[in-house]
Structures are given as structure tokens and as C-alpha cells.
Design a protein around this ligand. Structure first.
Ligand code: 5GP
Ligand code: ZN
Length: 149
């Protein structure tokens, strides 16, 4: 959809630090992260809100958010948990009207840094952070392969 910043990222017309892409989804770092590794997962096809989103695509979106929540616990990032959030509609503070799932890594005892990050929203070495998350995804895939072997 023209004028939608996330559609422009999907089309490669706007920059983003991408973590993952397949035929239906793209995941990239939030430009104003609350914590290191704050990632957005979006459907490639434009849907302004959950009312417009195909439920099967919503399930795919969550499934990848689930993988990311596991990936950030692995490797360099070493998170202890994550907040997975969709702000659906203006009433829920949605500001970009192309559905997106926030995956916000969390660490034990990070309440103060989380609160600070919520206010400052400063990037943390995006290339290194993205590489760490991709490595976590690779590690997750290796573990899955080991358990099915
Ligand atoms: P919302 O409040 O709609 O759930 O959050 C929108 C999110 O998109 C915000 O966290 C904001 O920082 C992020 N965002 C807005 N514009 C861009 C952009 O151009 N690139 C990236 N990577 N993130 C963006
Ligand atoms: Zn869009």
C-alpha cells in the first residue's frame, strides 16, 4: 500500500535491518527499540489491523514471533524472556497501521533499563544485534534437528 512505511520496507524501498524473510513475513529491528533486539514481525501483504488480517496469516505471524522469543534466549543476546505485543488500533496506541508483532527481549532484573529504554528508545548496534538474533535462530534450528534425528 503506497504511503505505508512497512509496505515500503517489504518492497525494499525503505531501509531496515532485516532478521528474516520468507514468502509471507518479514522480521526487522524496530528503529526505536525499547530493549536490545526489539524486533517487529509483519505480514508482507498490507493489513491495517487485526480486523483486516487473515487469521491463518496471524497464526504464521505468531509462530515466527514464538521462534524469535526462543532465539533471543540463545547465543550472544542471552535474554531471559520476551514481551510479545500487538497494539491493535489507535485506541491501543497503534501508530503504524500495518499489523506488526513486537518481540521485546527481557532480562532478569531489567525493570529499570526497560523503563529507561521505554523513554529513550535508542538503537543498540543494529548490525551486531541482528547477527546475534540470526545466530539464535540458527541455534534453534540445530536443536530442532538434533531432537528429530
Ligand atoms: P505501534 O505503536 O504501532 O505498535 O509501534 C510501531 C513501531 O514501529 C514503533 O515501535 C516504532 O519505533 C516502529 N517504527 C516506526 N517507523 C519505523 C521504521 O521506519 N522502521 C522501523 N524499523 N521501525 C519503525
Ligand atoms: Zn503496509
Amino acid at each position: 500500500m503506497s504511503g505505508c512505511i512497512f509496505c515500503r520496507i517489504v518492497g525494499g524501498d525503505a531501509p531496515a535491518t532485516k532478521i528474516f524473510e520468507d514468502d509471507l513475513l518479514v522480521a526487522f529491528l524496530d528503529i526505536r527499540p525499547i530493549t536490545r533486539g526489539h524486533t517487529l514481525v509483519i505480514p508482507k501483504s498490507h493489513a491495517a489491523d487485526l480486523d483486516e488480517l487473515d487469521p491463518a496469516l496471524g497464526a504464521r505471524l505468531f509462530a515466527f514471533g514464538h521462534r524469535l522469543a526462543k532465539a533471543v534466549r540463545r547465543g550472544e543476546l542471552g535474554a531471559d524472556g520476551a514481551n510479545l505485543v500487538i497494539n491493535d488500533g489507535r485506541a491501543a496506541f497503534q501508530t503504524v497501521h500495518h499489523v506488526h508483532l513486537h518481540v521485546v527481549p527481557r532480562w532478569k532484573g531489567d525493570t529499570l533499563t526497560f523503563a529507561k529504554g521505554f523513554v529513550l528508545r535508542r538503537p543498540h548496534d543494529p548490525e551486531r544485534t541482528a547477527a546475534a538474533i540470526r545466530a539464535g535462530l540458527d541455534r534453534l534450528a540445530d536443536e530442532e534437528e538434533e531432537t528429530t534425528a
